[in-house]
Design a protein around this ligand. Sequence first.
Ligand code: HXC
Length: 257
Amino acid sequence: TEYETILATVEGRVATITLNRPKALNAISNQLTQEVIDAAVRYDRDEDIGAIIITGSEKAFAAGADIKEMATLSFAEAYTADIFGIWERFTALRTPIISAVAGHALGGGCELAMMADIILAADNAKFGQPEIKLGIIPGMGGSQRLTRAIGKSKAMEMVLTGRTMGAEEAERAGLVARVVPVADLQREAAELAATIAGMSKPIAMLAKEAVNAAFESSLAEGVLLERRLNYACFATEDQSEGMAAFVEKRPATFTHC
Ligand code: HXC
């Protein structure tokens, strides 16, 4: 591929973006940021892609934003370029995204994992927001997404002390959907992604939009949006096919899949 810091591969309807700066434990450099977003945006627009996996190595999902690049940054440079604002292009994607996390997911790495829709964790995963030890605070959504995921007290403890959380604790706290043995992580992620990619893509996008509304709206507004999106499903061939297949006791063959 044309990428230097990631691998971008497609198998069936599943695209996988693998962070690939092994010598820097997949630290999120400017180049890696550009490449992840470029690949993810392309896959998102491709109707033949039904789910995207973002992953790293067995040792590190990503050990954070690239500290060596940030070390001499000034406020004026950071603010003017809005260096982390570009990630809004990633969080605006509508295709379901799974983070498959093994090893270190620290700082920006934990934040990137949390930008996905589902986190699948290997048993050796370690999540943390250690920014405070570097004299900064999270900048890619960590203080917000971690707090929504695990609650105020635990998020405060992690953000204020920089301590890491293992996979078991992360599952108990509701940060991750499931923990699997590290040797099985890629296979489990591929199976999960293939299951999602086997659904109607527009319907999966509506489902993602509805769940995400739980974070952005009041309960009443969220429930209203869900109901409207649900009604919209009835305008699709895939609803007709899904329900006909159930009634006829056969597997569904979706058009948009
Ligand atoms: C740049 C990094 C890096 C990072 C590791 N490396 N993390 N380089 N940025 N975030 C580099 C190391 O410098 C080293 O390169 C190589 O990767 C291997 O790392 P080691 O420390 O030798 O490995 P190990 O002893 O196994 O320790 C692993 C580790 C440790 C515990 C994950 O590397 C670590 O604490 N990293 C920093 C974690 C962190 O603070 N993350 C938050 C970053 S701030 P060399 O060339 O020296 O061998 C952040 C800000 C987010 O993310 C705010 C908005 C984005």
